[in-house]
Unconditional design. Structure first.
Length: 258
């Protein structure tokens, strides 16, 4: 019975909710009599138009490529820096105020700076994604190390582990589950930022699709198609990151919390 209920909650209920929203959307457009806002069927036709023209896969690929470049750069910098800040208090006192100062700044506020530095090019978009992902990821990694239970550290020391062995065998494994949560959240931020950045600085990608469809011919069917594609891909990426969080090597931490 519990298995049936779980299947109902994870599959049938979201499907029913989605179909209900599509129905309400269709009815609302028809009752309003508007010729501007598209129906779900018109949006589907717009997606098929993009696919038949060979633009759909290219736009998605370009957006994903920019996200991965900026995000992986942020991981390469932010993860080790954050872990080191968590283990080394003087470094945290030195870099912490800078991180806290820059973190609340919207990534979109950096658009003029990125264009000034890199011009209207792909590099400017990657730079924005890098900045957007860097600070939340760094702080999450730092807090993950700080939240390692003290009893783990005492147990490692009682077994005679040196500092390097303690970091490798106790601190990093214990911090990994919570660091992965930071990785997932910062990846979501990266996906949000790439869409806005593509509306300004490049001539491809899903963000560019939305602004180009709006400006070129007021093709709101393509605008809504781009919006739904962004949401669907973002949802799929988040599901993949959640699966990574539940991997066997880190799953123990969630069991420990319950």
């Amino acid at each position: 019975m519990s298995r049936y209920r779980k299947a109902l909650e994870t599959l049938l209920l979201p499907t029913f909710t989605g179909l209900l929203l599509l129905l309400l959307w269709h009815v609302a457009v028809r009752l309003s009599g508007t010729n501007t806002f598209p129906t779900p069927w018109q949006v589907l036709l717009a997606v098929r138009e993009l696919e038949s023209q060979g633009r759909l896969a290219g736009y998605i690929q370009d957006s994903l490529h920019r996200v991965m470049m900026g995000y992986l750069l942020a991981v390469a910098v932010g993860l080790p820096v954050g872990l080191f800040m968590g283990m080394h208090a003087p470094t945290a006192r030195f870099l912490g105020p800078v991180s806290q100062l820059l973190r609340p700044i919207s990534p979109l506020a950096w658009i003029p700076v990125s264009i000034l530095l890199f011009g209207i090019a792909n590099t400017a978009t990657v730079f924005l994604i890098f900045l957007a992902s860097l600070f939340p990821l760094t702080l999450a990694a730092m807090n993950a190390v700080r939240d390692v239970p003290a009893i783990y550290l005492r147990a490692g020391k009682n077994f005679g582990l040196g500092r390097v062995a303690l970091i490798r065998r106790v601190i990093l494994p214990a911090a990994l589950p919570y660091a992965l949560t930071g990785l997932r959240l910062s990846f979501g931020i990266a996906w949000l930022v790439v869409v806005a950045a593509e509306m300004i600085g490049v001539d491809s990608g899903l963000g560019y699709l939305i602004i180009d469809a709006r400006n070129a011919g007021k093709r709101y069917d393509l605008v809504v198609a781009g919006i739904l594609l962004i949401g669907s891909i973002g949802l799929g990426l988040d599901v993949l990151m959640r699966r990574l969080e539940r991997a066997r090597s880190v799953r123990w931490a969630y069991h420990r919390e319950t």
